[in-house]
Write a protein that binds this ligand. Structure first.
Ligand code: PLP
Length: 406
């Protein structure tokens, strides 16, 4: 007997840890920027699994590569090389101008690896007291202990301390970062745009000034592009917009198009800070995950999808700006870059209620930060789907009564 949607939701509430807050539906099938739940209801997918499904759902090239690789070889561990992994490393280095790649399985693992590298680099040079990390308030870097220690939001940190060795300063405040710098600082970690923090952009020049601060002090600049990377903002790396090069950069979310994979990329000198035995992971760079990521990069290149994301990002941004103007009683502003955009709600609106109303109306988006609704569709989203999504937002905002809990 096949489980109904309601029966499966009931089983979920009984057997899964209660650490997420899912709505009572089960997404079971997708195609491009459309997904369907088990009852057959269609949704426009403008969250893409939190900026993960960069090619949309069931992209024919990605599914073919996955099927082919599954038949050939799934996993050998890092006791041996595997073919797609080496090709992927070469492609990523060519795309970023960096020298070497270290693979992992998620964003938080990529951040963890950057932090370990940051400390170990100075340790190897005899700077054994150089361990402190400067991070930013309102940041999100992941949920393992190291990544959590640099994450600058109490709602993720509370109850897991002590989380030591990190100084948090306000995002975008270069004087605060300069003030926090010292001989004991190993690294500065920063997001080019704070994604989970509410799609918050730093003031112009901030990233370049941070780059200069790190150059002066010898601290490594660790750039967390787990959310902003792989074309999301209209450049392969978001920090290209600021004209800076990271010492080390972390990618994950969109890299595998839905298959879990993360990577750290750096210049040669920093790669040497992790010699054999110093770091690793059983699954990292697995043949299946590497084949998926390689297929994503090939499709991005062949379809010129990063440039397309820049264009459709502008189109989406214009539409959201129009909505912000038309509904200025409910929307404070629209902001973002490329296909990472947000509507910032006024205080009288409850973000989770707005997201729920949009979902009922057939549009999937996510809450980001305390007051923003985030739009992060697939990089190949069509303008027709953007129009449809904007129309749904317009209609829901017209109907939304302030104080309405959805
Ligand atoms: C999502 C995210 C992470 C954590 O990635 P996971 O794959 O969830 O572990 C880290 N940094 C940033 C900027 C992110 O958006």
């Amino acid at each position: 007997m096949e489980d109904t949607q309601a029966a499966l939701v009931e089983a979920a509430s009984q057997y899964l840890y209660p650490n997420y807050r899912q709505p009572p539906l089960i997404l079971s099938q997708g195609s491009g920027s459309e997904v369907w739940d088990l009852s057959g209801k269609r949704y426009l997918d403008f969250y893409a699994g939190i900026a993960v499904s960069s090619l949309g759902h069931s992209h024919p090239r990605l599914t073919a590569v996955l099927a082919d690789q599954a038949v050939r070889l799934l996993h050998v561990s890092n006791y041996f090389y595997n073919e797609p992994n080496i090709r992927l490393a070469r492609e990523l280095c060519q795309l970023t101008g960096l020298d070497r790649a270290l693979f992992c399985n998620s964003g938080t693992e990529a951040v963890e690896a950057m932090l370990k590298l940051g400390r170990r680099y100075h340790f190897d040079r005899g700077d054994r007291e150089r361990y402190r990390v400067i991070a930013f308030e309102n940041s999100f870097h992941g949920r393992t202990m190291g990544a959590l220690a640099v994450t600058g939001q109490p709602k993720y940190r509370d109850g897991f301390g002590p989380l030591a060795g990190v100084t948090h300063v306000p995002y975008g405040d270069i004087d605060a970062a300069i003030g926090a710098m010292g001989d004991d600082v190993a690294a500065v970690i920063v997001e080019p745009i704070q994604g989970e923090g509410g799609v918050a952009l730093p003031p112009p020049g901030f990233l370049a000034e941070l780059r200069a601060l790190c150059d002066r002090s010898g601290a490594l600049l660790l750039v967390d592009e787990v959310q902003t990377g792989v074309g999301r903002t209209g450049r392969f790396l978001a920090c290209e917009h600021a004209g800076i090069q990271p010492d080390v950069v972390a990618l994950a979310k969109g890299l595998g198009g839905g298959v879990p994979v993360g990577v750290v990329l750096s210049r040669e000198a920093y790669a040497q800070a992790l010699p054999p035995g110093s770091h690793g992971s059983t699954f990292a760079g697995n043949a299946l995950a590497s084949a998926a990521a390689l297929a994503v990069l090939e499709v991005l290149k062949e379809g010129d999808l990063v440039a397309q994301a820049a264009k459709s990002g502008e189109y989406l941004a214009r539409g959201l700006a129009g909505i912000a103007t038309r509904h200025s009683d409910k929307i404070r502003e629209s902001r973002g870059m490329g296909l990472l955009q947000a509507l910032v709600l006024r205080e009288s609106l409850v973000p989770s209620a707005v997201v729920a109303l949009l979902r009922d109306a057939g549009l999937l988006v996510t809450v980001a930060g305390s007051d923003a609704v985030r739009f992060s569709p697939a990089l190949n989203v069509s303008t027709a789907h953007i129009d449809e999504a904007l129309d749904i937002v317009d209609r829901v905002l017209i109907r939304y009564r302030t104080g309405d809990d959805g």
